[in-house]
Write a protein that binds this ligand. Structure first.
Ligand SMILES: [Fe+2]
Length: 457
């Protein structure tokens, strides 16, 4: 082909063709990348509803948030230590928030100067009405447990509402519940209803915390955390300039650092500075980072490059990283010195959703899991941090213990004797294309062939 014809072919046929194909591709993916399903209109909450207890800004404080009506009337939170019955009152002015299809007045009140131990009662008072008394406990013991849940993302008939009460019933002594983001399917009133059906009375009795996930965001050319999330969880110090939703709190001898991994990459600069600074200030023995997107993706080594680039280098002093997003179970703690001392954090990717996604089995993972809902009971007790993972029927699925003492940091893997569940779920088969199901089946088959020693269910 002579030079002129090649030039002509490139300029007038190939380049325009590539451009048109790209245009069609972007057009077909536009809704997935940038679109939000419409939110159905909804009714105003006629009484204080969605009452949620959560952590405050200091160890002796607790926030309560609720939503009621759409007026700008002040409401009050009454609270007292049940032992001395001295009634304290906090006035709360609402934030009136217009979502895409409705409006509501969102309240928060901070209970302060709480005793280290004891039971508190609180209620919400409006100009016309008073709620029942709710109760919660303060506990400052250095030994405590909390529950962790990766993504929930329940649809309207989700199933987490049937599971959560039985989890809490088995673990009544927990100090709080922590969620790894994607608590809701979409930022819509109907999905907030689903969440609060699940949380029910648990949200008024135990502090509930969550990092934001991408499903709490409204999509667009730049993503935006939908306001109802921070109105529900008022502990976030949302910086006006960066809009990062970050939070740190200490409980016993552990400090938690909650990141917002859903932001556009340029926001990671300020998040990294914040994390670096907070880690440096922290004097607690145990350091736990929570973020939605895994630093080391199990869906491909090029995934989540931004979070890895910005945050991985800060993890050397961190003991545990709690993550979600990828709807599969993966636990690792692989880097040790020759003497067996652990030098990398214990890393967990988990989910508690009926939806599970395909994974590529990449990374050095010690325990995988699929086709179930998983949750964790994490106990901090002096020199040890114990992580137990259970399946939806409360069977023990994984167990690891991190021990940190004068001899260094060591890791006991008790979960390796429990068989792994690695298969394609019915949900995946029913909701994904035949091509995707076959590809995932092939991945699993190849992994099993490469790991004949693996203990499997
Ligand atoms: Fe997610």
């Amino acid at each position: 082909m002579d030079k002129f014809r090649r030039h002509y072919l490139l300029k007038f046929i190939l380049f325009p063709l590539i451009f048109v194909v790209l245009l069609i591709w972007v057009y077909s993916r536009w809704g997935v990348w940038f679109g939000n399903p419409p939110e159905a209109s909804y009714d105003i909450q006629p009484k204080p509803a969605r009452v949620l207890l959560t952590m405050g800004m200091d160890a002796d404080t607790r926030y309560v948030s609720w939503v009621h009506d759409s007026l700008l009337d002040v409401e009050w939170l009454d609270y007292m230590n049940v032992l001395d019955s001295t009634l304290m009152t906090v006035e709360s002015a609402p934030v009136k928030y217009h979502s895409r299809s409705g409006v509501g007045s969102y309240y928060k009140a901070l209970m302060s100067s709480l005793s280290k131990e004891g039971t508190y009662a609180y209620r919400i008072r409006t100009s016309q009405d008073t709620t029942q008394w709710y109760h919660f406990k303060m506990d400052s013991s250095s030994t405590y447990s909390f529950l962790y849940f990766g993504d929930i993302q329940d649809e309207l008939e989700g199933g987490f509402d049937a599971m959560l009460p039985s989890v809490v019933e088995r673990n009544r002594d927990i100090s709080f519940l922590l969620f790894g983001g994607d608590l809701i399917e979409r930022p819509m009133d109907c999905y907030w209803n689903v969440v609060f059906q699940s949380l029910d009375t648990i949200a008024t009795s135990y502090p509930i915390l969550s990092v934001p996930g991408n499903h709490e965001y409204l999509k667009g050319l730049t993503r935006k955390l939908e306001r109802r999330f921070t109105l529900t969880f008022p502990y976030f110090e949302v910086d006006d300039e960066s809009e990062n939703a970050l939070y740190t709190f200490a409980y016993g001898d552990a400090r938690f650092f909650m990141l917002d991994s859903n932001r556009d990459t340029w926001n990671y600069f300020s998040q990294r500075s914040w994390l670096k600074n907070e880690l440096k200030k922290s004097s607690e023995k145990w350091k736990i980072v929570v973020l939605h997107h895994p630093l080391h993706s199990i869906k491909g080594s090029m995934n989540n490059l931004g979070v890895r680039m910005f945050f991985d280098g800060l993890m050397s002093d961190v003991d545990l990283i709690l993550q979600g997003h990828e709807h599969a179970y993966a636990r690792s703690c692989v880097d040790t010195t020759e003497k067996g001392e652990v030098i990398s954090p214990l890393s967990l990717i988990s989910y508690c959703s009926e939806k599970d996604y395909a994974m590529d089995f990449c990374g050095e993972i010690e325990k995988w899991g699929t086709a179930d809902r998983y949750y964790q009971l994490i106990t901090i007790e002096n020199d040890s941090l114990k992580l137990k993972t259970f399946t939806a029927d409360h069977s023990l699925y994984d167990e690891v213990i991190l021990v940190k003492n004068e001899e260094g940091k060591h890791y006991i893997d008790k979960g390796k004797t429990i068989p792994q569940k690695i298969c394609v779920s019915d949900w995946f088969k029913n909701n994904k294309s035949k091509k995707k199901v076959e590809a995932f089946e092939k991945n699993i088959k190849e992994w099993k062939e490469e790991h004949p020693e693996a203990l499997l269910q």
